[in-house]
Design a protein around this ligand. Structure first.
Ligand SMILES: Nc1ncnc2c1ncn2[C@@H]1O[C@H](COP(=O)(O)OP(=O)(O)OP(=O)(O)O)[C@@H](O)[C@H]1O
Ligand SMILES: [Mg+2]
Length: 229
């Protein structure tokens, strides 16, 4: 196997929400390799979103080590984490997190404009991404005038537009019909293979399992087994 992009060792995360303590991650050890599409599956509440939030430096963890692209996340400052995410990571959230006041194309262009790309160029690249997810005709629509599946595809286009090295998708096909789901997965797969990106896809959707290079099965905050390649 090739270069290790993510190396997690014994990651523990406990939520204390007043009433009860929830052991969301109970010692996760997992390596993710360059250019692979790793699918993370498991029952609702087993810790999938918590885990990808740790890997993307959006959520602090209690103990263990998490190295992403050679950098230990737990020792980064908040500013370093923000810069690191902006440069290296594309994230599709389970809730799409689109900005309501921006049109579809402006949402997609956002990672580029934040990175300092000129508006004209950013919009051009955003249009190309919207075309790839088959949403050209909706470029100027605001998110609340789009269906759930269309919003999900805008979120995917936004995650990919700056060609990040690492792409993390939490349920990217949950609101999509079969055909749109296949279009999205084929796009994600081609980006992994052609642009040399690495992907983690959290999913419940067994129609897309065939796109995985490896499958990691989670339960009760632990990785039960990893299959494939
Ligand atoms: N912010 C939080 N505060 C308290 N508990 C939380 C918080 N976020 C998640 N949890 C708990 O941690 C556990 C893991 O949640 P997580 O969202 O990671 O599950 P998941 O595998 O992504 O589930 P789903 O498939 O339903 O999205 C759950 O028991 C959940 O209730
Ligand atoms: Mg989740």
């Amino acid at each position: 196997m090739s270069e290790v992009i993510i190396s997690c060792k014994d990651i523990v995360k406990t939520f204390n929400s007043g009433v009860a303590e929830v052991k969301a991650l109970q010692g996760i050890t997992l390596d993710v390799y360059k250019n692979e599409l790793l699918m993370l599956v498991g029952p609702s509440g087993c810790g999938k979103t918590t885990f990808v939030s740790v890997v993307t430096a959006l959520l602090r963890f209690d103990s263990g080590s998490c190295k992403v692209l050679g950098q230990e996340i737990s020792t980064m400052s908040d500013e370093e984490k923000t810069a690191f995410r902006g440069e290296n990571i594309g994230f599709v959230f389970q809730s799409f997190n689109l900005l309501a006041s921006l049109s579809a194309i402006e949402n997609v262009a956002l990672p580029l404009t934040i990175a300092g790309v000129k508006r004209e160029k950013a919009l051009h690249q955003a249009r190309e991404m919207l075309k790839a997810v088959e949403l050209t005709s909706k470029a100027d629509f605001k998110p609340n005038h789009l269906s759930g599946g269309q919003q999900q595809r805008v979120a995917i286009a936004r995650a990919l537009v700056h060609e990040p090295k690492l792409i993390i998708c939490d349920e990217p096909t949950s609101s999509l019909d079969h055909k749109s789901g296949q279009v999205v997965m084929e796009l994600l797969q081609s980006i992994t293979k052609e642009k040399g990106a690495t992907l983690i896809v959290v999913t419940h959707d067994n129609r897309i399992y065939k796109y995985a290079d490896r499958m990691a099965y989670m339960e009760d905050g632990k990785i039960l087994k990893v299959e494939g390649a």
